[in-house]
Design a protein around this ligand. Structure first.
Ligand code: PEP
Ligand code: MN
Length: 358
């Protein structure tokens, strides 16, 4: 953080400010004199320092500029420019999410509707090469009259699907009070777009050990999203996976959201955390999902999360954006082809699983 002093600030005032800063915990003031202005650098950990708090130190302060990122632990610098790997335990072994790891495939219905459909979907996506089954037990719906999810019953169905197939499970938590029972069943806890800024939920998710898939809020800036990740990490859980799922914009006539593919290279420069892309919520229409899934891979996504339903026409939620299992299987082949052309992770073990799965 730096303080830029106004021109002609008396030397004694600069001295006074520097002395005050030197009394703060582990922060040292370093003066640098330019032709017209003096700049005071604050050396040390300024994460918890508000620029506005520093600005009121003196009427001679022109501005206070934060140089380091406000999301310290989520920032790429925190890992000295390296990407981190989030390792997830599944019944079939550890699956790693990260820039240098094989692409991880997550698929499944929007909601867990009954035991048969979730087990059948799990078997089909496993056959196609996926490592994780997704499915909501607690659903955040815009209308209170829409299907809200089967809750605890659905968690039992997910546990059965996990046992039958060995796939890892990803399911959403909406409420702090449900966190414990969801964490017992799931391998990754999903925090949805609508809860990205539910700070009590983020803190609670940070106090337990299951990895957290943090979806981008529908109107969230990249900075707000990374600060939400910072909440989880600062509370003690470093295993955060980011999920781009599209943002709201002025035009929702043809797509549900705007899937921000550019966020992938941008995040790479800002954070060490793994990046998942969800083209299903990103577009809202099954016919657009394959193109955006392949675009995400070409742009360097670490993982894809895609909604798959055995009978989309009868789905209780998000049917129009869900692929049929056969469409998913075909898309997996295409995604593999894209990753090979882009030379990403082409020789990985998971990719050969996809090749031999069909
Ligand atoms: C979902 O994954 O089904 C979901 C509700 O996603 P989002 O929070 O991105 O809307
Ligand atoms: Mn959905």
């Amino acid at each position: 953080m730096i303080i830029v002093m106004k021109p002609k600030t008396p030397a004694i005032e600069i001295q006074r400010i520097s002395e005050e800063i030197n009394c703060w915990n582990n922060i040292v003031a370093e003066k640098s004199t330019g032709k017209h202005q003096v700049v005071i650098g604050l050396i040390g950990d300024t994460t918890e320092l508000e620029p506005s708090r520093v600005g009121v130190l003196s009427p001679f302060i022109e501005k206070v500029v934060r140089i380091e990122k406000p999301f310290k632990r989520a920032s790429r610098e925190f890992r000295h420019g390296e990407s981190s790997i989030v390792s997830v335990n599944t019944p079939q072994g550890i699956v790693d999410f990260g820039q240098d790891c094989p692409i991880v495939h997550i698929a499944g219905p929007c909601s867990v509707e009954n035991e048969q459909m979730i087990v059948e979907t799990a078997q089909k996506i496993k056959q196609a090469g996926a490592q994780f089954l997704r499915g909501g037990a607690y659903k955040p719906r815009t209308s209170p009259y829409a299907f809200q999810g089967h809750g605890e019953k659905a968690l039992e169905f997910l546990a059965t699907a996990r046992q039958e197939t060995g796939l890892g499970i990803v399911t959403e938590v909406m409420n702090v009070s449900d966190l414990e029972k969801i964490a017992e069943v799931t391998d990754i806890i999903q925090i949805g777009a609508r809860n990205m800024q539910n700070y009590s939920l983020l803190k609670k998710a940070g106090c337990q050990s299951k990895p957290v898939l943090l979806k981008r809020g529908m109107c969230a800036t990249i900075k707000e999203w990374l600060l939400a990740a910072e909440y989880i990490i600062a509370a003690g859980n470093p295993n955060v996976i980011l999920c781009e799922r599209g943002v709201r914009s002025f035009d929702n006539q043809y797509t549900r959201n705007i899937l921000d593919i550019a966020v992938i290279p941008v995040l790479r420069t800002l954070t060490h955390l793994p990046i998942v892309v969800d083209p299903s919520h990103g577009t809202g229409k099954a016919e657009y999902v394959p193109a955006m899934a392949k675009a995400a891979i070409a742009a360097g996504a670490d993982s894809l999360m895609i909604e798959v339903h055995p009978n989309p026409a009868k789905a209780l939620s998000d049917g129009p954006q869900s692929l049929k299992p056969e469409q998913y299987q075909e898309l997996m082949q295409e995604m593999l082809a894209v990753s090979q052309v882009a030379d990403y992770r082409a020789k990985s073990a998971n990719q050969s699983t996809i090749l031999t799965a069909v």
